[in-house]
Design a protein around this ligand. Structure first.
Ligand code: 13P
Length: 260
């Protein structure tokens, strides 16, 4: 992490927790962080619940003035119209979303999202003043065939093609590290995050390269977050499984207390 970029810890709940469970969870998380005197000005915390939870989360966070950000796990590339089952960026924004995750490897793998689809969704997010969290990452086969950074860098370049410099977040999530308990080493994470920052700088210039936050994701836990956050090009984490446990997730959010 670098001093000029605000660390972001993002919890991707995937398809877990209905709206009632989401309310209980979010309340408990906010209270746990408050009891621990968590300083949101030093580490931002964002939640990514299923779409059906967003209204409840909004009511709770606005009502109780919690300093948690939130957003969708995906969005439609379209703004409105006959697209059954799709959710527009405008709808997410109307519910107070700040961010939206785009191009998660589970979307690429199970919903056939191509680089071109991801690019269109990035455009859609920006049209609606949402900050896209653009996910990139290689499979084990990609790693063996192309080395560590080639696939993530090419996915990022494709996602930004033809798009003007904007506020985005990049999440480097090696597919082989997601949900496996086999996290990348901090050196691996740093190597790819650095390559992504160089690629971003080439496309959008030095200011974007320096200000854009790049997260690591894949089997992040309270026990390994510190090692990732010590890396100069890692500015936070996109957390799956461990974001569903209040004690574990709040400990990840409070990584500054255990990074020296
Ligand atoms: P895990 O933290 O469960 O490995 O999931 C990572 C992820 O996919 C977050 O988007």
């Amino acid at each position: 992490m670098a001093v000029n970029r605000l660390p972001l810890i993002a919890g991707n709940w995937k398809m877990n927790l209905d709206h009632l469970q989401a309310i209980a969870f979010t309340q408990k998380l906010a209270w746990t962080l408050r009891d621990a005197n968590h300083d949101y000005s030093t580490t931002e915390v964002a939640l990514f619940p299923p779409f059906t939870d967003l209204r409840s989360i909004q009511n709770l966070i606005e009502g109780d003035k919690f300093s948690l950000a939130y957003g969708g796990q995906d969005l439609s590339m379209h703004d409105t119209g006959a697209f059954t089952g799709e959710i527009s960026g405008g709808f997410l924004r109307a519910l107070g979303s700040k961010y939206v995750i785009i191009g998660h490897s589970e979307r690429r793998q199970f919903h056939a999202e191509t680089d071109e689809v991801v690019r269109s969704k990035v455009e859609a997010a920006l049209r609606h003043n949402l900050i896209p969290i653009i996910c990139v990452g290689e499979t084990e086969a990609d790693l063996a065939q192309h080395g560590p950074s080639a696939v993530p860098v090419s996915q990022l370049s494709a996602a930004l093609s033809g798009i003007a410099a904007s506020e985005i977040v990049i999440a480097y999530e090696p597919v082989w590290a997601i949900g496996t308990g086999k996290a990348a080493t901090e050196e691996q994470a740093q190597q790819v995050c650095s390559a992504l920052r160089i690629a971003l700088t080439e496309v959008w210039g030095v200011d974007s390269g320096e200000s854009t936050r790049i997260l690591y994701g894949g089997s992040v836990k309270s026990g390994n977050i510190s090692s990732f956050m010590r890396q100069p090009d890692v500015d936070g984490a996109l957390v799956g499984g461990a974001s569903l446990d209040v004690a574990e997730f709040s400990s990840i959010c409070r990584f500054l207390k255990h990074v020296v």
